[in-house]
Design a protein around this ligand. Structure first.
Ligand SMILES: [Zn+2]
Length: 98
């Protein structure tokens, strides 16, 4: 899988980073600096999908309350997961191809 390093939300370019975060933080959205970070060492499967959607929703809808973001992200993640959407097991597999 090609690692996504940037994404555009509402025409604005954001940096996407997979990195070490605190154990109680799956991801965060730095709206001021346009950076989405996702914990990289143990998130997988539907929880990773949920986190990616969650942070994208924060980027798209900064005015939206946390509980609404969390609820929508989980519902969308569950829906996509049931439809069969998956990320490759090793998201770093193609990172070093030149
Ligand atoms: Zn949140």
């Amino acid at each position: 899988m090609n690692i996504v390093r940037t994404a555009k939300f509402w025409g604005t370019k954001w940096k996407i980073k997979f990195c070490n975060l605190d154990d109680d933080t799956y991801g965060d959205c730095d709206w001021e600096n346009k950076i989405i970070r996702t914990r990289d060492h143990d998130l997988k499967d539907e929880l990773l999908l949920d986190t990616l959607i969650h942070e994208a929703l924060h980027a798209c809808c900064p005015w939206m309350a946390e509980y609404a973001i969390a609820m929508m992200a989980s519902e969308i993640a569950r829906y996509l997961w049931r439809l069969g959407y998956r990320l490759p097991e090793d998201k770093d597999a193609n990172q070093n191809t030149a």
